[in-house]
Design a protein around this ligand. Structure first.
Ligand SMILES: [Zn+2]
Length: 279
């Protein structure tokens, strides 16, 4: 009897604890992998969802809308669809358009944190698809290719994937244009840029990108990144693509913490989540 009570207590603990999602994913993956009868799969999936319901990463309530965000929190994401700061400079005549899809609110910050540091690559594809739908009417969706900001190979090995590439794959499904992930590469492993100002970021990032041998960029490239802050990284990649033969460069990011006048939008951001957008 004591064992049964302990088992129930353990079950309640894993359902309410922080590790619930990890355990749920683990059980889903392993049980479904060993389900030999294909007809049983939907039933098994249903059963596992009953025992280990998906919870929203933001409000922690059970979610049927998706496996990581509930409908209410998804609707809380604030759509921006604009360029936060005027990027146009004399030496950047190649810049066609800049679109930041959402404001970098606390909700988006939690999602981006999980996308970058908690192995949740599916968040990139999910938000990429939503970003694609929200921007499908804009001229930028008629470009020739999507170019994710490349990670240094060491960083990509650590993370297992490039978060910008995951976002680009989601956008590509809606815009119906290709993702050119192998066109560019990052030469230098830059450390975090969070604590650098705009000028320091620009100097720190100068010359870090390269174009792979024998590759020619398409005429209109859309650079994809997670969050746009000073734009130092995306503009440097844009310059590299332009010098390699692209005519026009646009930029699309999931979010930005800046408002129209370049003033930092200040939601109640949890300090434990660094903005840290350029690594
Ligand atoms: Zn929620």
């Amino acid at each position: 009897m004591n064992e049964l009570v302990a088992l129930v207590k353990f079950y309640i603990l894993i359902l309410t604890g922080k590790e619930q999602k990890k355990i749920s994913d683990f059980v889903q993956h392993h049980v479904l992998m060993f389900t030999c009868d294909i007809k049983m799969l939907p039933k098994m999936k249903y059963l596992i969802n009953m025992l280990f319901p998906s919870r929203c990463l933001i409000c922690h309530r059970v979610s049927v809308f998706s496996t990581f965000i509930c409908r209410d929190c998804f609707l809380e994401l604030e759509i921006f669809l604009d360029m936060p700061v005027d990027f146009t400079r004399d030496d950047m005549s190649w810049l066609e358009d800049v679109v930041c899809v959402y404001w970098f609110t606390q909700e988006l910050q939690i999602l981006v944190h999980h996308l970058k540091y908690k192995q949740a690559d599916y968040i990139g594809r999910f938000l990429g698809t939503k970003a694609g739908l929200l921007t499908k009417h804009l001229p930028v969706s008629q470009a020739d290719a999507l170019i994710p900001v490349p990670l240094h190979p060491r960083r990509k090995r650590q993370r297992g994937y490039n978060q910008s590439e995951q976002i680009a794959l989601g956008i590509s499904q809606i815009w119906n244009i290709p993702v050119h992930s192998e066109l560019t590469y990052r030469k230098v492993h830059t450390s975090t840029q969070t604590r650098l100002n705009k000028e320091e970021r620009r100097n720190n990032i100068s010359g870090v990108f390269g174009i792979r041998a024998g590759q020619i960029p398409p005429a209109h490239c859309v650079i994809v990144d997670d969050i746009l802050t000073t734009g130092a990284t995306t503009c440097e990649l844009g310059r590299t693509l332009y010098e390699a033969g692209a005519d026009k460069i646009s930029i699309i990011t999931l979010g930005t913490p800046f408002t129209y006048l370049g003033i930092q939008f200040s939601p109640d951001i949890d300090e434990t989540y660094e903005i840290d957008t350029h690594i």
